[in-house]
Design a protein around this ligand. Structure first.
Ligand code: GAL
Length: 816
């Protein structure tokens, strides 16, 4: 093997000290005794276990973007978790004599944040931005045949983010051991300049590094492998160079299998570097053959076919698992979004974990890859603005060079609602970044999410990107299009509708801005949003009526930690209400509204629940999210009439409504009719009885015994007849035996202060979620037992099987 990739995941030691602790601490020292430090696995997020506390990372600042011009106190803005502080990580690295003459590099997918890496007490390098990947060469400082001490200092400053950033080495780390002449870090760039049905031209540019510092004659061979694993083209070049060089190769592929959202076909380029006939490095790059086009009149086209972007914005946290990367948790999020009919992800507001892009490549999802939430002008005291001048180009190039071979990536976004939108030099800064993107990858357009659109048009910023993204402007799209018919545009951020799963406030009327409620929740009729936001319905209408719009990116697919708008100061609100799914990944009603518009599957969903004791005779508004255009509602068998979708009124266009249903316990049943008036589908909601037992529903009953794989177990409180009790708040305790452990627990309540690492939690709207993890190298059965007072307990068995030869775990062995 000419290139080894060694994952540094197990056996790290971790120690955190507070920012106030001024005593000089040198965690990199060789003679330091770290045996009392916590033993951790990387990826690791030191803050996620909590405890939640209103005093964690209190921020005092304005939010000009949200119309808050005076400084105010924000509680829970970054999740009310203990992110702030200095963390030290240490790793004992055995370096065999066999590595003499090799190059040994260390590659971090992301460290949150301001990290400095040491080897054997010597500083190797630092990297401040928490979201970009970086690579350092360790070779000169290695001690062969000995144990070397790798140390990483991480500094997480207060008020550094507008959402939960996580803290620590929260993404994967690996060593790369290869020959002195090798492919540089992220050293291939593959594009497809010409594509036709008969053939595609593949252009491969390879960066080679020669650490011998004397000229060498090198053979560079690139072999292309098609999606069936067959060789479909190759090119060989000879070059002599010292230090570093780039080599361009063109290869033709006949009858290319195109990468598409429906059939995401992936090719692979295998790069082989040889000297005197001897292979010295081998590097693999997955890629796809596809064309993207953006047109001011016809919208977005993938491989020549028009397609509306039905997208969601995603922050990087994985709910109760925090920011630490779990491939399965990312995959589950993407699966849930894709099931809803979503075809695109905007990675907000920072470059995602590389695994997210690997998954989008494999699953057929389109991606906007975004660099920054701040440029030179800050939003929070210690945000990116303090780094911008020195680091923006390095970070932007790091993002693009790492990500430009992914067929899923369709646009580069240089920023979100950056304050330069309304500043005099806004266009100049935007142009500087656009030029860097064009230089690093001329094949994709550059965008930015703009909220102060009039200002950004006036100062020229909207023209300094290729495609302006309009945040929250469905009411202005037509006007901007008329003003500038040459602009290609889309809703880079839409809706920001707020809701708490299973919570309903009456009446069901549009409320923008949403008024704060005593219970610190938001109603699930999906009619409330902050001042700048809107409802799903408003955006659907704009997109339907304006075919030139590329589509939309809903804020957000999932609730995320931090930003509990509109409860900026009310404790204990500590996570967002914007998600289509709650923080556990359980669907809110809104999921079915999007699915009814975005997916091809038939949808028929009723809200609210039907447990309103004490409200007999009161009118309860009943809404139905459906892909059908008409349906009839029955209460205990009696018809309440047919409701039909109508373009006469916004809130009858995408939903069916019966506003005055006099409550009586029993059953509401909805029957959907097709266009000929025939019954097509029906759905019932029952009044549940008293809580009687617990129901456990794992999303997967078999996982890999690799220490990373997860099963998400939905826990519901049900009555004697097995009907979910929609208001049950019962404390459930969990025990796990056998081949696994508890990874995290949550109930989706944005005001819960139960630690995500607790072994018991109260259900919220009748449900909660337990996430269990396998143990590395320990196949067997994992048994989870759930108990709650007098309720009938439940158990579920999950099989942990030896890791498959190739599977999701393999994502971490991508080439780099
Ligand atoms: C936008 C912003 C997002 C989030 C959202 C909440 O203005 O870009 O990051 O804050 O508002 O509605």
């Amino acid at each position: 093997m000419t290139r080894e990739r060694i994952s540094l995941s197990e056996h790290w030691r971790f120690y955190k000290h507070s920012m106030e602790d001024q005593s000089p601490f040198r965690g990199e020292r060789l003679d330091l005794d770290d045996r009392s430090w916590e033993q951790v696995k990387v990826p690791h997020d030191w803050a996620i276990a909590g405890p939640f506390d209103a005093d964690n990372d209190v921020q005092v600042n304005s939010v000009i973007e949200d119309g808050i011009t005076n400084k105010m106190v924000h509680i829970g803005r970054t999740g009310a978790l203990p992110i702030v502080g200095i963390g030290w990580y240490r790793y004992e690295l055995s370096v065999p004599f066999g590595w003499v003459g090799k190059r040994v590099l260390i590659e971090f997918d992301g460290v949150m944040s301001d990290s400095t890496v040491y080897l054997n007490e010597q500083e190797v390098g630092s990297w401040p931005y928490g979201y970009t990947s970086f690579c350092f060469d360790l070779t000169e400082r290695l001690r062969f045949g000995q144990t070397n001490v790798l140390a990483v200092r991480v500094c997480s400053l207060p008020s550094s983010s507008r959402w939960y950033p996580g803290a620590g080495i929260y993404r994967h780390v690996r060593l790369i051991v290869t020959g002195p002449i090798h492919v540089g870090p992220w050293g291939t760039y593959i594009t497809t300049p010409h594509i036709s049905d008969q053939s595609a031209q593949i252009r491969v540019v390879t960066t080679l590094v020669n650490a011998l510092l004397q000229p060498k004659l090198v053979e560079l061979k690139t072999i292309l492998i098609d999606p069936n694993g067959r060789v479909c083209g190759e090119a060989t070049s000879e070059l002599e160079f010292t230090d570093r060089t780039e080599c361009e190769q063109l290869v033709a592929v006949t009858e290319p299998a195109l990468w598409d959202v429906a059939a995401p076909q992936l090719y692979k380029a295998v790069t082989i570097v040889s000297v005197l006939g001897l292979e010295v490095d081998r590097y693999e790059t997955p890629f796809g053959i596809r064309s993207i086009a953006f047109d001011a009149q016809e919208g977005f086209k993938l491989n020549g076919t028009a397609m509306k972007l039905k997208g969601v914005c995603l922050h990087h946290d994985l709910g109760a698992l925090g920011a630490a990367v779990y491939v399965r948790a990312i995959e589950r999020q993407l699966e849930l979004m894709q099931k809803m009919g979503c075809n695109a992800i905007r990675a907000t507001h920072n470059p995602p974990a590389p695994e997210l892009l690997d998954l989008c490549d494999r699953m057929g999802l389109l991606v906007i890859d975004e660099a920054f939430d701040e440029w030179a002008e800050g939003k929070v005291t210690n945000g990116y603005h303090r780094l911008f001048k020195e680091w923006a180009e390095k970070d932007l190039r790091a993002m693009i060079c790492r990500d430009r071979n992914h067929p899923s990536v369709i646009m580069w976004s240089t920023g979100n609602e950056i304050r330069e939108q309304w500043m005099e030099d806004g266009a100049e800064v935007a142009r500087y970044l656009t030029n860097i993107c064009h230089d690093a990858d001329p094949t994709r357009p550059v965008t930015a999410g703009l909220s102060m659109t009039d200002e950004a048009i006036r100062n020229g910023l909207a023209d300094a990107v290729d495609i302006p993204g309009w945040n929250y402007k469905p009411h202005r799209y037509a006007e901007y299009h008329e003003q500038r018919p040459d602009w290609i545009a889309y809703g880079s951020e839409t809706a920001s509708t707020v809701s708490s799963r299973g919570v309903y406030h009456f009446p069901a009327a549009e409320e923008i801005p949403m008024k704060r409620q005593k219970d610190l929740h938001a109603s699930s009729y999906d009619l409330s949003a902050p001042r700048w936001g809107s409802t799903p319905d408003r955006e659907f209408m704009a997109q339907d009526e304006l075919p030139y719009m590329l589509g939309e990116f809903v804020w957000t697919g999932f609730d995320y930690l931090g930003e509990p708008t509109p409860y900026r100061t009310e404790w204990p609100s500590r996570s967002s209400y914007f998600g289509i799914m709650d923080l556990c990944g359980l669907p809110k009603d809104r999921y079915y509204l999007y699915k009814s518009q975005w997916s091809m599957e038939p949808v028929l969903h009723l809200l609210p629940h039907w447990n309103w004791p004490g409200r007999e005779g009161e009118y309860i508004p009943v809404h139905c999210y459906t892909s059908y255009s008409q349906a009839e509602l029955f209460l205990n068998g009696i018809s309440l009439g047919v409701s039909r979708k109508s373009t006469d009124s916004l809130y009858e266009r995408y939903r069916l409504r019966w506003e005055k249903v006099p409550y009586e316990p029993g059953t509401i049943r909805v029957v959907a009719y097709d266009n000929d008036g025939n019954e097509a589908m029906s759905h019932e909601v029952h009044t549940a009885g008293a809580p009687a037992r617990i129901l456990l529903e794992p999303d997967r009953s078999g996982i890999q015994a690799d220490g990373h794989d997860l099963s998400f177990i939905t826990v519901s409180i049900v009555d004697e007849r097995g009907r979910r009790c929609p208001t049950a708040s019962e404390k459930v305790s969990f025990t796990i035996q056998g081949a696994g452990e508890l990874a995290a627990i949550d109930n989706g309540d944005p005001t819960s202060t139960t630690s995500f690492r607790s072994d018991s939690i109260c259900t919220f709207s009748g449900q909660c979620m337990v996430i269990v993890r396998s143990l590395a190298g320990q196949p067997g059965t994992l048994r989870i037992t759930a108990a709650s007072g007098a309720l009938q307990a439940a158990t579920a068995d999950i099989a942990a099987v030896p890791p498959a030869e190739a599977g999701i775990g393999e994502l971490d062995s991508r080439s780099s």
